[in-house]
Ligand binder design. Structure first.
Ligand code: NAD
Ligand code: TDX
Length: 342
C-alpha cells in the first residue's frame, strides 16, 4: 500500500507515519507538507532514511505540485494538512479558510482526476460546536463557532458533496483533542508542560472550566489506520477518548506531576467565543469497526510530560525561534511564517 499523507510533518501526521511504519513495514509513504511554523521535519528524524519514505515540500492549495504528487497514484490519500490552532484563527482567519477549505477542494479535485481509491479527511470534534449536555453522534448538525472550526466544517461538507456528486470514495474522521509527543507548544498541554519546565506560569483562559475530551495520539493513529482499512465509503467516524476534563483539572494534573503549586496558574482573559464543551459519541467506530481507546489518560499524560522533559532539544528550539530560523534558511520559498508563542 502506498499512502500520500498531507501535513505529515505536524503533530498527528508525524505520529501517524511512525505508527504506520511500525505496524505495516511493507507500506510506502509520501509525506507532502508545506512546512508552516507547525511543520517540523525534526519530528521524523527516525524515519527519514527509510527507503519507503519520501518527503515532498508543497502546499495543498497549489494545483500544480498537488497534481505532480497525486500523479504518483497512491492507493490512498489522508489529509492531515491544516492550520490547526484556534487562537491563530481568531487573529488571522484567511489562512484558515485557504488551507482548511480551499486546500481540501484542490486535493479532492486532483484525487478525482487520478481516480484515487480512498480519500480520508482528518476533521475535528469542533465542527459540532459547543454542547452543554449529552454527546454528538455523526448525524448531529454542524454548528462551528470559530474561524478554525467553521473552515473545517466547510471542508467536511465539501468532502460529503464529492461522495454524493461524483461517488468519490471519501471518508471523514472527527477526533477529539489529541495529546502526546511532538505536539507544538502552543496547544494547552505542551504549552503548560514546557512553561513549567522553564519555571514560568501557565495562562489559563477565563474560569478554566471549559471541557475538552482528551485522546492519546496513538489511539487516534490506530483509529485512522482501521478506518483506512475497513471504513465504509461516504461515512463519518467520530473518535473520542472518553476523557472529558475541565482545563483546570488538566492544569492541576500537570502541576501535581511536575511538583508545582497553584501559584503557577495565571488566570488570563478568555478566548473570544470560547466553546464551553465538546463531547463526542464514538459508538459507531466501536460497534462497526471494533475500535477502543487503549491508553489510560493519566498514565499517558505522565508519559507525555516525561517526553517533554527528555526532549528539550526539540521544543526549546521551537520556543526560542531557533527552529524557524533554521528552517527558513533550509526552505526559503517566500511564504510567510508566523510565530506567536508566549
Ligand atoms: P499541526 O498544526 O501540528 O500540523 C499541521 C501540519 O500541516 C503541519 O506540518 C503544517 O506544515 C502542514 N500544513 C499546514 N498548511 C499546509 C498546506 N497549505 N499545505 C501542506 N501542508 C500544510 O496539526 P495537528 O494537531 O497535527 O492536526 C492535524 C489534523 O488533525 C488537522 O487537520 C487538525 O484539524 C486535525 N485535528 C487535530 C486535533 C488535535 O487535537 N491536534 C484534534 C482533532 C483534529
Ligand atoms: O494557553 C492556553 N490556555 C487555555 O486555557 C491555551 C492554548 C488553551 N487554553 C484552553 C482553551 C481550550 O478550552 O485549553 C483548551 C484547549 O485549547 P487548545 O489546546 O488550543 O485546543 P482546542 O482549542 O480545544 O483545539 C484543539 O482540539 C481540536 C486543536 O488545537 C484543534 O486542532 C482540534 O481540532
Amino acid at each position: 500500500m502506498k499512502i500520500l499523507i498531507t501535513g505529515g510533518a505536524g503533530f498527528i501526521g508525524s505520529n501517524f507515519i511512525r505508527y504506520i511504519f511500525k505496524k505495516h513495514p511493507d507500506y510506502k509513504i509520501i509525506n507532502f507538507d508545506k512546512l508552516t511554523y507547525a511543520g517540523n521535519l525534526e519530528n521524523l528524524k527516525d524515519v527519514e532514511d527509510n527507503p519507503d519514505y519520501k518527503f515532498v515540500k508543497g502546499d495543498i492549495c497549489d494545483k500544480k505540485i498537488v497534481d505532480e504528487v497525486i500523479s504518483e497514484k497512491p492507493d490512498a490519500i489522508i489529509n492531515f494538512a491544516a492550520e490547526s490552532h484556534v487562537d491563530r484563527s481568531i487573529s488571522d482567519p484567511h489562512s484558515f479558510l485557504k488551507t482548511d477549505m480551499q486546500g481540501v477542494i484542490t486535493l479532492l479535485e486532483i484525487a478525482k482526476k487520478y481516480n484515487i481509491k480512498r480519500f480520508i479527511q482528518i476533521s475535528t470534534d469542533e465542527v459540532y460546536g459547543s454542547i452543554n449536555e449529552t454527546s454528538c453522534a455523526e448525524k448531529h448538525p454542524l454548528n462551528p463557532s470559530n474561524p478554525y472550526s467553521a473552515s473545517k466544517a466547510a471542508a467536511d461538507l465539501m468532502v460529503h458533496s464529492y461522495f454524493v456528486t461524483y461517488k468519490m470514495p471519501v471518508l471523514t474522521v472527527r477526533s477529539s483533542n489529541n495529546f502526546g509527543p511532538y505536539q507544538y507548544p502552543e496547544k494547552i498541554i505542551p504549552l503548560f508542560i514546557t512553561n513549567l519546565l522553564e519555571d514560568k506560569k501557565v495562562p489559563l483562559y477565563g474560569d478554566g472550566l471549559n471541557i475538552r475530551d482528551w485522546l492519546y495520539v496513538l489511539d487516534n493513529c490506530e483509529a485512522i489506520d482501521l478506518i483506512l482499512d475497513k471504513g465504509k465509503e461516504g461515512e463519518v467516524y467520530n473518535v473520542g477518548g472518553g476523557n472529558e476534563k475541565t482545563n483546570l483539572e488538566i492544569t492541576r494534573l500537570i502541576l501535581r506531576e511536575m511538583g508545582k503549586d497553584e501559584s503557577y496558574i495565571d488566570y488570563v482573559e478568555d478566548r473570544l467565543g470560547h466553546d464551553r464543551r465538546y463531547s463526542l459519541d464514538s459508538s459507531k467506530i466501536k460497534e462497526t469497526l471494533g475500535w477502543q481507546p487503549k491508553y489510560n489518560f493519566e498514565q499517558s499524560l505522565k508519559k507525555t510530560i516525561q517526553w517533554y522533559r527528555n526532549n528539550e532539544w526539540w521544543w526549546k528550539k521551537i520556543k526560542s525561534g531557533e527552529y524557524l530560523e533554521y528552517y527558513k534558511k533550509q526552505y526559503e520559498t517566500g511564504y510567510k511564517t508566523q510565530k506567536r508563542i508566549s
